[in-house]
Design a protein around this ligand. Structure first.
Ligand SMILES: [Zn+2]
Length: 408
């Protein structure tokens, strides 16, 4: 009964939810590593919205970062007091977004000028992580508007720096001792298009950059130089082959059941066709099943680069950009997973499954701290793509699930 009233209230708020999502998309929150100025402007807008929504308390935990013009990376916590404060319900979403990529690929909207078309909001950050951010906010807003009080205090955390390792984001908050072992933590930053999948485990993440240095010369005299591009490609291919051969095991509990090792970004080299490149840079994104030791994987990578150095005379450096080892244990029967399963059944009639994904969400840091966080949301998985969108229906339905969840 009470939940039905909440669901109706959330339906009433649909237009406001769309407007809020669009207002937030208009404020690009790109991290300094990706050429942006951080999340401060967006955070300030969000604080206004939170104040209007009737939260009991709003706190800021800024992490200092001189690379942002504000000098800080904002983390916001908005509280809705419950009958008890002993075991808090957290919903953690992130403020930052990835860069738009090639602008001409955006045909439905400009990246930061959102458009509502066919009940979808298009724009960078619409799905990742705007949809869930707004859904969690309006779940609490609906609770407040009906004058209800949840059993446990609800804390919404809006964090910085998720896309580049969370140093100034959730790790900063964990360092402040804000989370307790038996708190209930939901990270709605991943999931499937039907909302029927709860992620309780993730893979380890390993990102690295390989730079190869040879000798730049005229292309007609390659014998006088050392083609770094050729060596760089050979190294990348050798790594690709070695990693797939050495770490082939499958684990069906994960979506993509095997480890992935992908050469991704490639840095631009020379400007002319007739120059032998003296430098080559390639990046890898690896998502590794928890059964494998990441340090062991890393030592195999170093072995390959060292071999190529010896063979070719090129200098090859390896720079680690991210290394997050996932804990091997996962708990599909944690309290929060059970409550979320129940809320999904109640709000949406969904019998949800539990398992693992490719990883790299804030949940990894909670799990490492021994708190069994779950990742769940209803998304078409268009994050990081051009024409990223959020289905309005998903945003509204997920808000209902959050409302039912925190009232349970
Ligand atoms: Zn995200």
């Amino acid at each position: 009964m009470q939940n039905q009233r909440l669901f109706n209230e959330i339906d009433q708020l649909q237009t406001e939810m769309v407007d809020t999502l669009m207002a937030l998309i208009r404020l690009p929150a790109i991290g300094p590593e990706n050429g942006g100025d951080g999340e401060n402007q967006k955070a300030e807008k969000l604080i206004q919205i939170l104040q209007d929504a009737g939260f009991d308390k709003i706190e800021r935990y800024d992490a200092e970062d001189s690379r942002a013009s504000s000098g800080k990376r904002p983390n916001i916590i908005a509280y809705c007091r419950g009958e008890t404060d002993a075991k808090r319900f957290w919903i953690v979403t992130h403020l930052d977004v990835v860069p738009p990529g090639e602008e001409q690929m955006w045909t439905m909207s400009k990246p930061f000028e959102p458009q509502l078309k066919d009940n979808r909001v298009y724009g960078r950050g619409a799905e990742d992580n705007g949809q869930s951010l707004v859904a969690s906010l309006f779940a609490v807003k609906a609770i407040k508007r009906l004058g209800l009080k949840p059993k446990r205090t609800v804390a919404l955390a809006f964090v910085a720096d998720e896309e580049q390792g969370s140093t100034w984001g959730v790790q900063h908050l964990i360092g402040k001792g804000l989370f307790k072992k038996d708190d209930l933590i939901v990270v709605p930053d991943g999931g499937g298009s039907d909302g029927g999948f709860i992620e309780v485990a993730e893979k380890s993440v390993l990102w690295f950059k390989i730079c190869t240095f040879g000798k730049q010369v005229h292309a007609s005299l390659p014998n006088t130089g050392l083609n770094a591009h050729r060596v760089g490609m050979q190294v990348a291919l050798a790594l690709d082959k070695m990693l797939h051969e050495k770490y082939p095991l499958k684990d069906e509990q994960f979506d993509v059941p095997w480890s992935t090792f992908e050469p991704t970004k490639k840095e631009k080299n020379v400007d002319a066709v007739n120059i032998i490149p003296g430098e080559d840079t390639v990046y890898f994104d690896c998502r590794i099943l928890p059964r494998y030791n990441v340090d062991e994987v890393l030592s195999q990578i170093k072995r390959v680069t060292a071999e190529f150095e010896k063979e070719t005379g090129a200098k090859i450096t390896l720079e680690l950009l991210q290394k997050q080892a996932a804990p091997e244990t996962n708990d599909g029967n944690s309290h929060v997973a059970i409550l979320l399963k129940k809320a999904l059944w109640e709000a949406r009639g969904l019998d949800a499954g539990v398992g693992g994904i490719g990883g790299g969400t804030c949940a990894a840091f909670f799990r490492k701290a021994g708190i069994p966080a779950v990742v769940w949301s209803t998304v078409d998985e268009v994050a990081h793509q051009p024409n990223e969108y959020s289905k309005v229906e998903n945003m509204v339905n997920d808000a209902k699930v959050f409302a039912a969840l925190v009232m349970s």
